[in-house]
Design a protein around this ligand. Sequence first.
Ligand code: NAD
Length: 310
Amino acid sequence: MTGGAGFLGSHLCERLLSDGYDVVCLDNFSTGTPANVAHLMEHEGFRLIRADVTDFIHVSGPVDAVLHFASPASPIDYLKLPIETLKVGSIGTLHALGLAREKHARFVLASTSEAYGDPQVHPQPETYWGHVNPVGPRGVYDEAKRYAEALTMAYRRTHDVDTGIVRIFNTHGTRMRADDGRAIPAFIGQALAHQPVTVAGDGSQTRSIQHVDDLVEGVMRMMRSDHSGPINIGTPHEVSVLALAEAVVRLCDSRSEIVFIERPVDDPSVRQPDITLAKSVLGWEPSVPFEHGLASTIEWFRHRQETPHL
Ligand code: NAD
């Protein structure tokens, strides 16, 4: 598991261990932290290795699957780490694919809905090629992932590696960083502190944000399938950013008011996955109800605020 000490990676490590797999977690802790997997350190099947996957990847012994999740993922992170983001999507993916090839392992690439850019087709099916600005600031992430997808398909076609690509849509849950700039942690932090909740633009842009438990189930199914993908993993439940902010304020019992701030460059206007393929190929669809998932993420942030040493 590359990027296993990150938000999604740590949940996947947990699930893999509970399903009986041994896990080697490779992470350079650039945007993740060992604290995310500290509770797994006692597990005899778990090994945490500090490694930058753009240097090299070595894992001794047999490997059944390589899950390549290492990459800065939130806009704040990849705008701060533009070259690292391009390197981990290109060189890091090359090394992770090399490991899968050497070990005859299933390879799963964590790609992203950002591969669709600011989409002109809605909802987005996997057959849509996207609308990405390669030279805008977000291009470092979008194009890194698009390149990673192309490289993954080249390894499948040229070296017969058993590869699969998941295009992950926005996900929320425990262990998100409060300061990662994504809408949900930002809104929750502001609402719990009863500070103004800052909505970009007029808030009419939409997002479809799934709960991490659903994402983990989708990735596990992709790992166990032999489908090449890309397959969208996300919820079709689409909400405007303003409605999301209002739901957070309500579920936090907050006195915060909502204020409007400038929208970031190339911020997508709409985002909703077409999950027909995931349903038919993986038998997967999200099952955590929106407000239920949101309430559990809020509870975690509330608890962290009250007991920050945890
Ligand atoms: P995250 O930042 O919490 O996790 C990424 C992890 O990768 C971190 O632990 C970081 O330290 C590690 N990492 C980065 N560069 C590395 C390198 N060169 N070598 C080793 N480790 C490195 O982000 P996340 O939200 O957990 O995202 C995980 C993956 O899922 C990313 O590839 C991301 O692009 C993808 N994804 C996430 C979302 C989402 O909503 N969270 C949506 C779409 C795609």
